[in-house]
Design a protein around this ligand. Structure first.
Ligand code: RIB
Length: 328
């Protein structure tokens, strides 16, 4: 008897891809779909109806894999996703990975054991083959994952240029950047935008690593300001690091914005709870979460193939931390 594995082998795709073609669920590239259907016809394959019936059974649960639930950015995303999934009477199987691949794989295994109907993934460590075997709809959020996986994100490079331009418009020329983890694509894109724009303006490039972390950023900025006391502004690759920079500056007796301007990225609530409030390039966190949840539910409930990528726009929120040219 011809099996789904024979079809996958003939079409040179994974079993998961053949399953997505058969069930009209999840995203399949047009060329891939044609190849699979050709193999089904050539081998006269007939799906196992019992398995398909079992397959259709829904747990009414989605998996959501985030890197760091202690970062308000991800907590605010979870809240936005759940507003949509709860309305559809789905529960969320939430896992925090600390960007650790082994933890991510263990979480995915647990999600599979619990028969989640679909998964939203935020990761820069998982590979596509880790997810293919899940054989359920997937949506990537915030971070690009794979061309076959529908993705909801912003344009990190362009939005980073806007954040730096705001500091340039405030009259700053000696701007330092706090970079996030080098293995995370959106961190390197924001850093690349910084170096490209500063070099284009003929201005000095000065950066340090904050790992998207509060304490690492505070320590790194303390060192940077000791070594470069003439720094006029700091552009942090995320708001958590911007708060760390503020703590470092104030501990060193520097006034913000009078002596030093500080700019963040993300738009988390913390930036409004510190003094002075921190300007930030605010990602549309709630809209990103809602769109990702809707795309996943459409695939689960209607078998709708989601668009390859949804790119949303950030908003420049100017607050006290970047008001006024640095007094010299
Ligand atoms: O603050 C966490 C960062 O990692 C955010 O900028 C977000 O884009 C995520 O990828």
């Amino acid at each position: 008897m011809v099996t789904i594995r024979d079809v996958a082998k003939e079409a040179q795709v994974s079993v998961a891809t053949v399953s997505r073609v058969l069930n009209k669920r999840g995203y399949v590239h047009e060329h891939t779909r044609v190849r699979v259907e050709g193999a089904i016809h050539k081998l006269s394959y007939r799906p196992n109806n019992v398995a398909r019936t079992l397959f259709k059974k829904q747990s009414k649960m989605i998996g959501f894999l985030v890197p760091d639930i202690t970062n308000p950015y991800f907590a605010q995303l979870v809240r936005a996703v759940e507003q949509v999934t709860n309305e559809a009477e789905f529960t969320t199987f939430l896992c925090s990975s600390e960007e650790d691949l082994q933890k991510e794989l263990r979480h995915l295994e647990k999600m599979q054991e619990n028969h989640v109907d679909g998964v939203i993934v935020i990761s820069n460590t998982l590979e596509w083959e880790h997810l293919q075997s899940l054989d359920i709809p997937i949506v990537a959020l915030d971070r690009t994952f794979h061309e076959e996986v529908p993705t909801v994100r912003i344009d990190n490079y362009e939005e980073s240029l806007r954040a730096i331009q705001h500091l340039l418009d405030e009259g700053c020329t000696r701007i330092a950047h706090i970079q996030g983890p080098a293995h995370i694509a959106n961190s390197t894109l924001r850093f690349q935008a910084y170096t490209d724009l500063m070099q284009a303006k003929g201005l000095p490039v000065l950066s340090t690593k904050g790992e998207y972390d509060l304490k690492v950023s505070e320590q790194a900025v303390s060192r940077l300001l000791e070594d470069h006391p003439d720094t006029e502004a700091i552009y942090a690759g995320n708001d958590v690091m911007a708060v760390g920079a503020l703590k470092a500056a104030q501990r060193m007796g520097k006034r913000v914005p009078e002596d030093l301007l500080i700019m963040g990225f993300d738009g988390i609530d913390w930036t409004e709870m510190v003094t002075p409030e921190i300007s930030t390039m605010a990602q549309p966190i709630e809209e990103m979460g809602r769109q990702a949840a809707k795309l996943l539910l459409q695939q689960i409930e209607e078998g709708v193939t989601a668009p390859a990528k949804t790119v949303l726009h950030a908003s420049l929120l100017t607050r006290q931390s970047t008001r006024g040219k640095v007094n010299r």
